[in-house]
Design a protein around this ligand. Structure first.
Ligand SMILES: NC(=O)c1ccc[n+]([C@@H]2O[C@H](COP(=O)([O-])OP(=O)(O)OC[C@H]3O[C@@H](n4cnc5c(N)ncnc54)[C@H](OP(=O)(O)O)[C@@H]3O)[C@@H](O)[C@H]2O)c1
Length: 332
């Protein structure tokens, strides 16, 4: 491949950024010992932040956007990933300090790669992507901290988003009663079809202001931060686990120590980027078996081509997006 297409973010005027489809060569990409022919990528909230310049995600510009990719190894000097292997890079620093996945060819380090489990296709892997990987990591962390379905219901907020949708799917598949909290009242049927047994609407929620509210939930998955996370901590039963994943509403968290010292509630920080590669592969191996989402067909709400990326990001920033976007690059 002499030259190929990649969607890159550049410096623009007035300290703004500009994203566009460029023609580049391998020498334009970050260093790496494995070249991947990219079949699929996806769109996450962080991709929208980077591509629109809403937040500084990329540490240098220009940079190829896209935090995830799936494809087939083209060339490699690592015998663990020979040419022809089906691989993915998910949440491993792409589009932050390493060129990302919105490209026909990527050059990555083998410590960023995972082998795709046998029956997970590249398209499935990108329907899952960082969002699903992070939901799976939250489930793993909560269960390592002794969460079980018998403890009671788990609340998932930002429910129609990528992390939220896949969390509902995989928690319910494991036997958890899942309560979905959404801003979109009209999405109740969608959320129930993924496995939610109850749907709460954010605008109708009475959050109270006491240091401890009634302990209604045995645990939670938080994509929002701010007041909702504070309320979840005050509403969690003794010993429950709340996984803090996102900041879609706020980076703030105001809480007293009461949930922690009176109820022994655990606030688990979830980071999908910084992780040893052995742990990363272990999470993917669980995704390939008992953590596999059952409803990816419903969760994939759109499939776009590399050339159509420009139009997809605003819905993520506005919070109007439902489900997951997969990006078809080489396909396969
Ligand atoms: N820690 C990590 O490693 C990690 C990994 C992946 C993602 N994240 C973070 O997790 C969050 C979710 O990611 P995602 O990919 O699922 O994003 P997404 O697909 O854009 O979904 C976010 C969802 O949050 C809700 N929401 C959006 N804006 C909101 C606002 N201003 N106030 C209240 N609710 C709002 C909406 O759901 P409803 O309308 O249903 O409420 C939206 O669909 C993001 O903050 C992302 O940066 C973190």
């Amino acid at each position: 491949m002499d030259s190929f297409r990649a969607f890159r973010v550049h410096s623009g005027e007035d300290r703004k950024t500009r994203a566009q489809l460029d023609t580049i060569t391998l020498d334009d990409l970050s260093e790496g010992n494995v070249v991947v022919r990219v079949g699929w990528s996806d769109v996450n909230y962080k991709d929208a932040l980077a591509a629109t310049g809403t937040s500084r995600i990329m540490r240098r510009l220009p940079m190829v956007a896209g935090i995830d990719l799936a494809g087939v190894v083209e060339t490699s000097d690592d015998e663990a990933f020979p040419a022809g292997s089906a691989v993915a890079v998910v949440g491993a620093g792409l589009s932050e300090d390493h060129d990302g996945g919105y490209t026909e060819y990527a050059r990555v380090r083998s410590d960023q790669l995972v082998r795709l489990p046998d029956h997970v296709s590249g398209r499935d892997a990108m329907a899952i992507g960082t969002a699903g990987f992070t939901a799976a990591l939250a489930l793993l962390r909560m269960e390592e901290n002794h969460q079980t379905p018998a403890d009671g219901p788990v609340l998932v907020n930002g429910a129609t988003g990528g992390v939220g949708s896949i969390a509902i799917d995989i928690f319910s598949a494991r036997g958890y009663e899942v309560v979905a909290l959404t801003g979109k009242a009209e999405s109740s049927d969608y959320l129930r079809s993924l496995g939610a047994s109850q749907v709460l609407v954010r605008g109708e929620l009475e959050m109270g202001a006491r240091p401890l509210e009634r302990g209604s939930y045995a645990g939670g998955v938080d994509n929002l931060g701010g007041d909702v996370l504070s309320w979840m901590l005050r509403s969690t039963k003794p010993g429950g686990n709340v996984a803090a994943i996102g900041l879609a509403a706020s980076t703030e968290l105001n809480t007293s120590v009461m949930p922690f010292i009176i109820r022994g509630v655990n606030l688990l920080g979830i980071n999908s980027v910084i992780m040893p590669s052995v742990r990363r592969q272990a999470v993917w191996d669980r995704i390939g078996t008992d953590f596999m989402p059952r409803h990816l067909d419903k969760i994939i709400s759109q499939e776009v081509a590399l050339a159509d990326l420009q139009g997809v990001f605003d819905a993520y920033i506005d919070g109007t997006m439902t489900g997951r976007t997969v990006v078809r690059i080489g396909g396969g």
